[in-house]
Design a protein around this ligand. Structure first.
Ligand code: HEM
Length: 338
């Protein structure tokens, strides 16, 4: 033991892990084997997961090196297209509930960077990364000039979706979603959870989505769970919403033959948190998207092999739905031969 090719690979991986950049060390690599299928895959939040390169998931909210750039990106998307923010009138209390849940959570996790204080309904929020010092009154929309949901979306990198719980179902009734992976919050607002998932193959037959809805409807106030989802994205482009389809969809037809594929093609992983908000009773669904180019994935030998095999094995209906069918073989071939 110790002299064979397997141990050589592992030793190289361990040596390399010491010098890997942060973006790889904290990347939430989603595959634990060579096969991927849909599942409800929920687990309690804030449980740190070790990977071959480092670890992720110790916090609810994560400020990384892209914080300012991603929030600028969100702001520009909302300026161009205000329909990415939707709040049906009965969801206003849920938005305030989210502000009073997430800002203190961020302050607890990053006390040197942001702070939140509250006396009665008067709150003060300071954010040293944005040079921001702002006071507002809980429940008073006019106390935050840009509006409460846009303000919350300007402080954290996650997209936010709010689900109302009524008539024994969940309804997508509010959200600020600028970084959707090929869907649209403007289209989905007002829909039931099951309707939102209608385009997804397999999940109806396998009862995954109905079980997920039952699980979410049973969440108790304050409870927090999470899951991951993944797809592939060409270039470091967070806004792949249906609205901008003409800007990005064509690349999917040409990337397979592009010599720059390993640098342009990114594994996109969403860490999705699900929280029952304590006062409004709404379910908050948070989507935080991470992008890592294949070139970086390949620096971790186990990741390279797992992802290469997952892409090769993925059934066509899932590859088609994810929009990767035209180039998943090229990606898999590169990973397995890199
Ligand atoms: C897509 C499952 C929670 C909104 C999907 C997909 C799966 C899934 C398997 C397909 C993903 C892909 O192939 O890339 C689940 C499960 C959940 C959950 C198991 C909870 C345990 C939620 C919540 C929302 C949501 C709370 C908020 C309403 C969406 C949307 C899509 C999606 C908008 C894209 C649908 C489209 O193509 O139009 N979900 N999901 N999901 N999910 Fe969920």
């Amino acid at each position: 033991i110790g002299a064979g090719p397997v141990s050589t690979v592992i030793n190289e991986a361990v040596r390399d892990a010491d010098v890997l950049p942060e973006r790889i060390k904290h990347f939430p690599f989603p595959f634990s084997g060579d096969i991927y299928r849909y599942s409800a895959n929920v687990e309690p939040s804030r449980k740190e997961v070790s990977t071959e390169a480092g670890a992720w998931g110790g916090r609810l909210l994560h400020i990384d090196e892209h914080y300012l750039a991603e929030l600028k990106d969100r702001d520009e998307v909302l300026e161009r297209d205000p329909s990415r923010l939707q709040v049906l009138p009965h969801m206003r209390p849920a938005v305030w509930d989210a502000i009073c849940t997430l800002l203190p959570a961020l302050a607890e996790e990053y006390p040197d960077t942001v702070s939140f204080t509250r006396e009665g309904d008067l709150c003060r929020w300071r954010n040293s990364l944005q040079n921001l010092d702002v006071e507002f009154t809980v429940g008073d929309d006019s106390s935050l000039p840009m509006g409460p949901l846009r303000f919350l979306g300007s402080q954290i990198q996650d997209d936010l979706v709010f689900l109302d719980h009524r008539q024994d179902a969940l309804w997508l009734d509010a959200g600020v979603v600028t970084f959707a992976a090929d869907w649209s919050v403007g289209f989905d607002v007002g829909m039931k959870f099951l309707e939102v998932h209608h385009p997804v193959p397999r999940v109806k037959e396998e009862k995954i989505v109905s079980r997920a809805e039952q699980f979410l409807m049973r969440l108790q106030p304050g409870e927090q769970y999470r899951r991951t989802n993944w797809t592939l994205t060409i270039d470091r482009r967070l806004d792949t919403s249906t609205e901008t389809y003409p800007n990005w969809a064509h690349d999917r037809m040409t990337i397979a033959d592009d010599p720059a594929l390993p640098d342009r093609l990114h594994l996109r992983v969403e860490i999705q948190h699900m929280i029952r908000l304590p006062h409004s009773g709404a379910v908050l669904f948070m989507i935080r998207s991470y992008l890592l180019p294949l070139r970086d994935i390949a620096r971790v030998p186990v990741w390279r092999q797992n992802m290469g095999r997952v892409l090769a094995e993925l059934p066509d209906d899932m590859a088609e739905y994810k929009g990767i069918i035209h180039y998943r073989k090229a990606a898999s071939d590169w990973l397995l031969s890199a």
